[in-house]
Ligand binder design. Structure first.
Ligand SMILES: Nc1nc(=O)c2c([nH]1)NC[C@@H]1CN(c3ccc(C(=O)N[C@@H](CCC(=O)O)C(=O)O)cc3)C=[N+]21
Length: 282
């Protein structure tokens, strides 16, 4: 037996072709959506991601504004970049690439962003709206995961979902998203303090591995037929290493490739947040 591939690359391409049409419609009314990125420092991984985001923008017709600051940038320098994007009419939405260098106060910087321009859905006001289950830009990776499951007809309502990892960008936010009335899943959120990880993963109809620990999720932990989504982006000897062992494909019903799974979905949903912000403003 071999798992059905949850093809994030193909699903992201569909989303992007829909966005291309919506961007063209906005342009006919004189509106050009623009994505800003703020990158601090020269981490090679972050450089690659940010470059990818600008390529994606070009692909669907979104303008992009790139602000790169040195690793030594002071809090006030990043604040100035945020103030400028908040004020810029050319910037519809933007992101501050995370993680930031340790000397910077990430929370203060996120709070300084205009929540209406928050393309990541990570501003505390927007996460608060998610807690309240009211409309807000959604965090990109969690939203991408939900759309990928829906694309392949994997039932979410009533499903037992085990999420491994409580980071803000993925695990914690995904727990909030999946427990809204519209998704109605039952979520177990596991983390480094979880006593018996295997027991929680074994019960799950859907497993989301977002811990950043290579090979954390092994074949013996997976309920036969379960859907498994690998969010891990560790780098081992230059290559991307997910959180899920390859032989999980022998028992899972559905499995994301990595790369080519959750990553491209994350990028497509970032573009979607920018287009939605432009549509909302017009
Ligand atoms: N404010 C902020 N928002 C983010 O969304 C954010 C962030 N900070 N910091 C870093 C993480 C990581 N992340 C990825 C997005 C796409 C791929 C992706 O598309 N990966 C390709 C492979 C790319 C390669 O080969 O390196 C794939 O999975 O097929 C990976 C990782 C977004 N992040």
């Amino acid at each position: 037996m071999s798992a059905v591939k949850l093809d994030g690359k193909a699903t992201a391409a569909k989303i992007k072709s829909d966005l291309t049409i919506r961007v063209a419609a906005l342009k006919e009314r004189g509106i050009v959506p623009g994505l800003g990125t703020v990158l601090v420092g020269d981490d090679p991984g972050s450089q690659i991601y940010v470059a990818g985001k600008h390529r994606d923008c070009a692909e669907v017709g979104i303008a992009s504004i790139r602000v790169d600051l040195p690793a030594t940038a002071a809090q006030a320098d990043v604040e100035a970049a945020i103030d400028e994007l908040n004020a810029s009419p050319a910037c519809t939405g933007y992101i501050v690439q995370l993680p930031l260098p340790k000397h910077l106060d990430t929370m203060a910087l996120l709070e300084r962003m205009d929540p209406a321009k928050d393309a990541d859905g990570l501003h505390p006001v927007n996460l608060g709206r998610l807690v309240h289950m009211v409309d807000a830009p959604l965090p990109c990776t969690p939203h991408g995961i939900v759309l990928l499951l829906q694309e392949y007809g994997v039932p979410i309502k009533g499903a037992e979902v085990t999420v491994v990892g409580r980071g803000i960008t993925v695990g914690r936010s995904l727990g909030l998203l999946l427990t809204r009335r519209s998704e109605n899943a039952t979520v177990t959120l596991c983390h480094t303090g979880t006593q018996d990880l295997a027991a929680h993963v074994r019960r799950a109809d859907i497993v989301v591995a977002a811990a950043g620990v290579p090979e954390l999720i092994t074949r013996d932990m997976i309920k036969p037929g379960a859907a498994v989504l690998d969010v891990g982006v560790s780098r081992v000897e230059g290559k991307i290493a997910g959180d899920v062992s390859l032989n999980v494909a022998e028992v899972a019903g559905f499995l994301t490739p990595n790369p080519g799974g959750v990553g491209p979905m994350t990028r497509a949903l970032l573009l979607s947040n920018v287009v939605e912000a432009a549509e909302r403003r017009s």
